[in-house]
Write a protein that binds this ligand. Sequence first.
Ligand SMILES: [Zn+2]
Ligand SMILES: [Zn+2]
Ligand SMILES: [Zn+2]
Length: 89
Amino acid sequence: MADDSCTHIQAITDIKQPHKRVCEECVKIGARWVHLRTCQQCNATLCCDSSPNQHATKHAHSSGHPVIASAERGERWLYCYPDDAFAEY
Ligand SMILES: [Zn+2]
Ligand SMILES: [Zn+2]
Ligand SMILES: [Zn+2]
């Protein structure tokens, strides 16, 4: 369950699911991605750190939105950047 030290994940009650299973930023530049993550603040779906452009991490740092969820089918977890906290749901 959620790490007690992370209030960001504790505050999430409904997991935001991706609108489309694409990285919104990679689509604009014609890039490829490996896995997808969905920002739990603004619902942007972006690519993971295994992807060349790492848009989810860039988004978290530039926007200050702390928590992402995996947008991969069958994966049910949240990650908080500022606390480096991981939680399954
Ligand atoms: Zn947190
Ligand atoms: Zn991307
Ligand atoms: Zn966001």
